[in-house]
Design a protein around this ligand. Structure first.
Ligand code: GLA
Length: 393
């Protein structure tokens, strides 16, 4: 080939920067999809994942924007003698599974750890980062959740018992950066999801190590107390989110059966205002119409996916009554009136103080009804429930 050294170098640099910016261009809005963990835990099978993909098409979830089908912990088998990771018996052919998911217009996600073992004690990627990234790319994986798990013990050692020491934090960043670079090197755009439970202010450095999203909390469960604790403690984090880089307060529990419909509406509303990833965590093949209606609510999804890419935040809290707002494109505003108390209660909001334009169009998202504009709106909010308003100038 006729090629001056400098021209080759310039071409290589150009190609590399294209690959890097492809990675940067991922997740311009918070990722939406489904993840196996909250319902199937480590018992997940190929058949469960295919059933989820089928259901995402049949229920309209895909068309509502849920595109990632993410396999969480439990798919990994032994490594081959050359170190190549293999799936276990419950996943006979990952490439075939990826093809199946892709043929439905969906994308496939997978899960690993920077440590030697994952949280459920399966094989992690420690020492095999580049090799694993290449395997995922060859299978056709589009999303990787990278969960700290056993790497935590290494951080303890590095920090002499303190995983938050500067040396330990540096090591942690290095581990995440290493996998990010390995993913970029494959040339396949793969969303990179950091999972380390919000340690060491990850929101301050998640983007620097290539994270498209980073967990900000410990694990959610299908109980109102846990979901609301996690959701409402996101107050103050809004300035760290932006297109391509999102705070992740963990996956959805809607439809798993442990909360009331009002509580699940709170879950969906709060996650939408937080511009959180919307990863359904239920068995979609058995979803009820009521739960599906919450997951597929067009306005709640539009609030979450708003192109301005700003996370909302709490603007007031009076005992258990909290008001959260999210600024949106074209002067729209989402307003959540949340009642964390044990009895239904009237809540009042002064739209003039929220910068809502006079005579704006006001829509009550869950009632699916327009509300006549008033400067001051008072409305009854159910116990553990929400009134979610969407205003348009
Ligand atoms: C951790 C994560 C969960 C899930 C499990 C899998 O607990 O926070 O979301 O991925 O590991 O073992």
């Amino acid at each position: 080939m006729f090629c001056f050294k400098r021209i080759c170098l310039a071409t290589a640099l150009f190609l590399f920067s294209c690959v890097v910016s492809a990675q940067e261009n991922l997740a311009r809005t918070p990722p939406m999809g489904w993840n196996s963990w909250n319902h199937f835990f480590q018992r997940v099978t190929d058949a469960d994942v295919r059933a989820a993909a089928d259901a995402m098409v049949a229920t309209g979830m895909r068309d509502a924007g849920y595109v990632y089908v993410n396999i969480d912990d439990g798919w990994q088998g032994e490594r081959r003698p050359d170190g190549t990771i293999q799936s276990n018996d419950r996943f006979p052919d990952m490439k075939a599974l990826a093809d199946y998911v892709h043929a439905k217009g969906l994308k496939l996600g997978i899960y690993s750890s920077p440590g030697p073992k994952t949280c459920a004690k399966f094989e992690g990627s420690y020492g095999h980062e580049a090799q694993d990234a290449r395997t995922y790319a060859a299978w056709g994986v589009d999303y990787l959740k990278y969960d700290l798990c056993s790497f935590g013990a290494m951080l303890q050692t590095a920090g002499n018992g303190n995983a938050a020491s500067p040396a330990a934090v540096a090591l942690q960043k290095q581990a995440y950066r290493k996998m990010h670079d390995a993913l970029v090197a494959t040339g396949r755009p793969i969303v990179f999801s950091l999972c380390q439970y919000g340690m060491s202010n990850v929101w301050e450095w998640g983007p620097d190590v290539g994270g498209n999203l980073w967990r900000t909390t410990g694990d959610i469960s299908d109980k109102y107390d846990r979901m609301s604790l996690i959701g409402f403690e996101q107050a103050g984090l809004s300035r760290y989110a932006r297109p391509g880089h999102w705070n992740d307060p963990d996956m959805l529990e809607i439809g798993n059966g442990g909360m009331t419909l009002d509580e699940y509406k709170t879950h969906m509303s709060l996650w939408a205002i937080l511009a959180a990833p919307l990863l359904a965590g239920n068995d979609l093949s058995k979803v009820t119409p009521e739960h599906l209606a919450i997951l597929e609510n067009k306005n709640a999804i539009a609030i979450d996916q708003d192109p301005l890419g700003k996370q909302g935040d709490r603007i007031s809290a009076l005992g258990p009554y909290e008001v959260w707002t999210k600024p949106m494109a074209n002067g729209r505003t989402a307003i959540g009136l949340f009642n964390r108390g044990e009895l239904a209660h009237d809540m009042t909001v002064d739209l003039r103080l929220l910068g809502v334009s006079r005579n704006a169009h006001v829509h009550d998202v869950w009632a699916n009804a327009d509300v006549p504009y008033r400067d001051v709106i008072t409305t009854l909010v159910p116990k553990h429930g929400v009134v979610l308003l969407l205003t348009t100038p």
